[in-house]
Design a protein around this ligand. Structure first.
Ligand SMILES: [Cu+2]
Length: 351
């Protein structure tokens, strides 16, 4: 009897050891609670009590766009890829639907027909004296060459697509640095004053209130301009995450201690959802991704709403700086005229 009890205790111990070893910290009380201070730092001026504005940003500059039903999100009973909004995505979906699926279907049907033919035509009843043939050079050449040709037909478009997906970003690409945290995302914009957006999943009631899908909607979205290449620098802060947007055919691992780079270009304005795609701990399923793609001027307004800088604004600032400098120069000149005739060492001291 004791022997059995001992065996059970040992077995239970063995089962539970990995769970204990891999256990994560206790879950945060509410999604978003953990990152709230960081999010608050983004718009520190906004009074904390003012919970009403949808984004917490100046509504004159930015209001979150409503997603289009069925675009950029999964649909019930869907079996196809999401509608693609990037060039590589469209090409990849075409390769799947126009090349891979027909080839797979044809091969499966061909093998099925061969099997049935063998089972019926060469069954013992119909074929009591089996043939003793062991080799047929012609058939052997055919079943070697035909698969090679099929693989070549698949390889040409798929390898060129692979290369296209990892082409380096052009010089003028906007840079966005994506950091995966346990369990939320951070997006920083080094070209726009290096502000960081902290993005947490919305609770169910808030997602519904905003007309967004629960478990895909976030409080602060990643926003990018439409039709422009974005150089995505992706890293992880703690464990490996994976940044994925199915509608843009985009997925790249976020690995601590290294930066993965890939170009993201979305050619249609809209809201596109994704999820962390690498098991990263207890709340892995609750760190969704929302990308909002806006025309460039609206994107710039969003940057301004977040306290970031826009390239055009820099030029305007520089111009006003020039004016200030000119005024200052004029003042100095008038000062010089008034100090004319003063001793040279006094002028030098003034300088
Ligand atoms: Cu993750």
């Amino acid at each position: 009897m004791i022997h059995y009890v001992k065996a059970w205790i040992l077995a239970l111990g063995l089962i539970l050891t990995p769970a204990a070893a891999m256990a994560q910290d206790a879950l945060p009380a509410a999604p978003g609670a953990e990152a709230a201070p960081a999010a608050a730092s983004v718009d520190a001026e906004a009074p904390a009590a003012e919970a009403a504005p949808v984004s917490g940003l100046d509504p004159a500059l930015y209001t979150p766009m409503k997603p289009t039903e069925g675009v950029g999100m999964p649909v019930d009973k869907g079996i196809d890829f999401q509608p693609q909004v990037s060039e590589t995505g469209k090409e990849a979906k075409w390769i799947n639907n126009a090349i891979l699926l027909p080839i797979m279907t044809a091969i499966c049907l061909f093998v099925l027909v061969l099997l049935f033919w063998v089972m019926i035509r060469f069954r013992r009843g119909a074929n009591p004296e089996p043939s003793k043939t062991t080799h047929n050079t012609f058939i052997e050449i055919v079943w070697t060459v035909v698969p090679v040709l099929i693989l070549l037909v698949i390889a040409v478009p798929s390898i060129s697509l692979l290369a296209k997906q990892f082409e380096p970003a052009p010089e003028d690409a906007l840079t966005v640095k994506v950091t995966g945290y346990q369990w939320y995302w951070g997006y920083s914009y080094p070209d726009n004053g290096d502000f960081e957006i902290i993005s947490n999943m919305l609770p169910e009631d808030e997602a519904k209130a905003r007309g967004e899908p629960f478990q895909l909607a976030v409080d602060n979205r990643m926003v990018i301009p439409v039709g422009k290449p974005v150089k995505m620098l992706i890293t992880g802060a703690d464990v490996i995450h994976s940044f994925a947007i199915p509608a843009a055919w985009f997925k790249l691992d976020a690995v601590p201690g290294r930066i993965n780079e890939k170009v993201l270009q979305i050619d249609e304005v809209g809201v596109y959802y994704g999820q962390c795609s690498e098991l990263c701990g207890a709340r892995h399923g609750f760190m969704p991704i929302t990308v909002e793609v806006l025309p460039e001027d609206k994107f710039n307004d969003w940057v301004r709403a977040n306290g970031g800088t826009v390239k055009g604004d820099d030029a305007a600032e520089a111009e006003s700086d020039d004016e200030v400098a000119e005024e200052a120069a004029a003042e100095t000149a008038s000062d010089e005229t008034t100090t004319e005739g003063a001793p040279a060492d006094a002028a030098a001291a003034a300088n």
